[in-house]
Design a binder for this molecule. Structure first.
Ligand SMILES: O=C(O)CCC(=O)C(=O)O
Length: 622
């Protein structure tokens, strides 16, 4: 029969009261015994040596050597706190305890009263939480009540001071827990199943011990901070976080804890919480340059430019001359990105992000720039990215294209080119020669941006080249693909995350003479009829830059009024489950032969591997 909560509570109370009676009447030793199971002086070395995997080889299968070492180091760092509590337990009387070490063998050992108390709770930490205030562990009222009953009997019988008893019993529980751990390490069992059970118990006990030490550390800010830093150093963020959050709940006025919490949130990517805590800290430490800098950086990453600017400026006023350069850089970047955002919203502009030469060459940029690029693209469905390819690469690709595909530059129909307007063709572009370059298809700015937009499992679905011949006329406005989940062109689309993004890479500078592609920003989230009412914007794009278009963005190629061919590579990144069954009925979407395939670095092959699937109608290696 299952016991309800109340009955369970009564049973526990009765059990603990009986335990207290036994512990205070039987087998008491008058003096501290030197034969305590766990060394009577509670020396760190005695206990921690048990974790020395190199000495005790037979314990190796219990835990990984690195885990043993990590525990050993963590316990070593916490030993001074631990020993204060163990010391408190030494004021309790010692008694004989019989415990089942193995199924067939029981062991009589000498322990302080209360050292088996935790066996009656789900965990030792729970038992300790019943005794001490402010623990993060939830304790049921009946458990607290039962522990109070135990303490009362113990205190009265042994004439112990009531105010010290919670501390002493906590120490006793720790003695018991350390003894349990020592026993597991010393007698791991012979058979594999026995050791498996021991390993599980050991992990539980060690974790329980850390939990208790966390609860104890909450009594001093220094200890809390020290432990949380230690956890972070050991990549145990969740422990650091729980500790700091509990400390903050217990004492929300403590600036040091709040600051540590703010930094922890920043570290685990929870920037909103981090900002909120830093803002609170700065109310108290208004003139701290470092804190202002941290807050400004976080706000910048969250694209909250106006507030970030205020903090950069405030920090600059307070900063020493040697601190100013870095702050000024932060301020400039924030102001630049703020300008990009403002300008993107104007009627006649195309949203634009510009990389510096330094960013392009190093292949990395400030995360805020990437975040803004993604945000602008999602909002407007189009984005110009300046200076993203080296002009040498684009020149080489341009020359190769003009040479390799010269037979297409007459106004005739071709098998592998789709006519998309007057004197305008989509030529399937083989990923070969100069185009088979990671800077081109896995560009260090574009690929991370695509991953933000389309997720990590994106693929490259097609590479074609929109080629307008001299004298071509303007195209008609169109969307390359209707928005998902619309049945007719005039259905209003839902607001969905991006599915397919076309990267338009001009192989020559494009302008109004040779013809750029007119775009209607925001039309990717509108029906055809609603898009028709919008005005066009005009991306003027030099070689080395590119522009992005959502598959549902309304656009049209301008006529070419020059004597030169105007090629723009359309490379489409899309989610792996999407299939463009509209635009590739004639020409193949992707062409890579096996020699070229082998030139693709292994880490990038996932972009093209979809084409190896049976049924994919493209020319790829088998
Ligand atoms: O030729 C152009 O400028 C754009 C062509 C294009 O992307 C299209 O027809 O979908």
């Amino acid at each position: 029969m299952a016991l309800n909560k109340e009955t369970r509570g009564d049973a526990l109370t009765a059990h603990l009261s009986a335990l207290a009676e036994r512990q205070t009447t039987t087998d008491l030793f008058a003096e501290q015994s030197s034969r305590l199971q766990f060394d009577g002086n509670y020396k760190a070395s005695t206990f921690l040596d048990l974790f020395d995997a190199s000495v005790v080889e037979h314990r190796l299968p219990l835990l990984e050597v690195s885990t043993l070492e990590q525990y050993r180091a963590m316990l070593q760092d916490r030993w001074s706190l631990l020993s204060e509590w163990l010391e408190a337990a030494s004021h309790l009387p010692v008694l004989k305890v019989e415990s089942a070490q193995r199924a067939d063998e029981s062991v009589i050992s000498n322990r302080v009263a209360g050292s088996t108390l935790h066996h009656h709770f789900d965990s030792a930490c729970k038992a300790v939480s019943c005794l001490l205030e402010g623990s993060p562990m939830e304790v049921e009222p009946h458990e607290k009540f039962a522990m109070a009953a135990f303490s009362k009997v113990c205190g009265e019988r042994l004439q112990l001071p009531a105010d010290r008893l919670p501390v002493q019993l906590t120490g006793a529980i720790l003695v018991g827990l350390l003894a349990d751990i020592a026993a597991l390490l010393e007698n791991p069992g012979e058979s594999r199943p026995e050791r498996r059970v021991t390993r599980k118990k050991l992990r539980t006990c060690l974790s329980d011990l850390l939990d208790i030490l966390d609860v104890l550390s909450l009594q001093s800010t220094d200890h809390t901070l020290q432990f949380s830093e230690d956890y972070l150093a050991n990549k145990r963020e969740h422990r650091a976080r729980r500790l700091l959050e509990t400390a903050h709940r217990n004492n929300s006025d403590c600036v040091d804890i709040q600051l540590a919490l703010a930094r922890l949130y920043a570290r685990v990517g929870q920037s909103l919480q981090s900002v909120q805590h830093l803002q609170a800290v700065i109310l108290v430490c208004a003139d701290d340059v470092q804190l202002r800098r941290e807050l400004a950086s976080l706000l910048l990453e969250r694209l909250e430019f106006s507030e970030a600017v205020n903090h950069w400026k405030y920090a600059l006023i307070l900063a020493r001359p040697d601190e100013q350069l870095q702050l000024r850089r932060g301020l400039e970047l924030t102001e630049d990105l703020h300008d990009c955002k403002v300008s993107a919203a104007l009627d006649d502009t195309v949203p634009t992000i510009t990389l510096t030469d330094e960013e392009r060459i190093s292949g990395s940029c400030h995360p805020a720039k990437l975040a803004l690029a993604a945000k602008l693209y999602q909002l407007y469905g189009t984005l110009v990215i300046h200076n993203v390819f080296s002009t040498e690469l684009i020149e080489k690709c341009g020359e190769e294209f003009l040479h390799r595909y010269r037979r297409y530059f007459t106004n005739r129909k071709h098998q592998t080119a789709l006519q998309i307007g007057d004197r305008r063709f989509q030529i399937s572009l083989a990923l070969a020669g100069a185009f088979n370059d990671p800077e081109f298809y896995a560009n260090p700015f574009i690929l991370p941006l695509m991953k933000r937009l389309l997720g990590d499992k994106l693929i490259i679905g097609s590479t074609v080249c929109a080629t307008s011949l001299p004298g071509s006329r303007d195209q008609h406005g169109h969307k390359d693909h209707r928005a998902l989940f619309t049945d007719a062109a005039d259905d209003d689309p839902m607001t969905l995350p991006p599915v397919a993004v076309t990267t338009m890479i001009p192989l020559v500078s494009v302008n109004e003479e040779n013809g750029t592609t007119l775009v209607k920003k925001g039309s990717h989230r509108l029906s055809r009829r609603a898009s028709n009412k919008l005005d066009y914007q005009l991306p003027i794009v030099p070689a080395g830059s590119c522009y992005l278009m959502d598959m549902a963005l309304t656009h049209k190629g301008q006529g070419n009024r020059t004597d030169e061919v105007r090629p723009i590579v359309n490379m489409v990144y899309h989610r792996s489950w999407f299939v463009d069954n509209k635009n590739f009925r004639k020409q193949p979407p992707l062409q890579i032969d096996s020699v070229e395939y082998r030139r693709i670095p292994v880490k990038n092959r996932y972009l093209f591997d979809w084409a190896i699937q049976p049924g994919a109608s493209v020319n790829t290696p088998r």
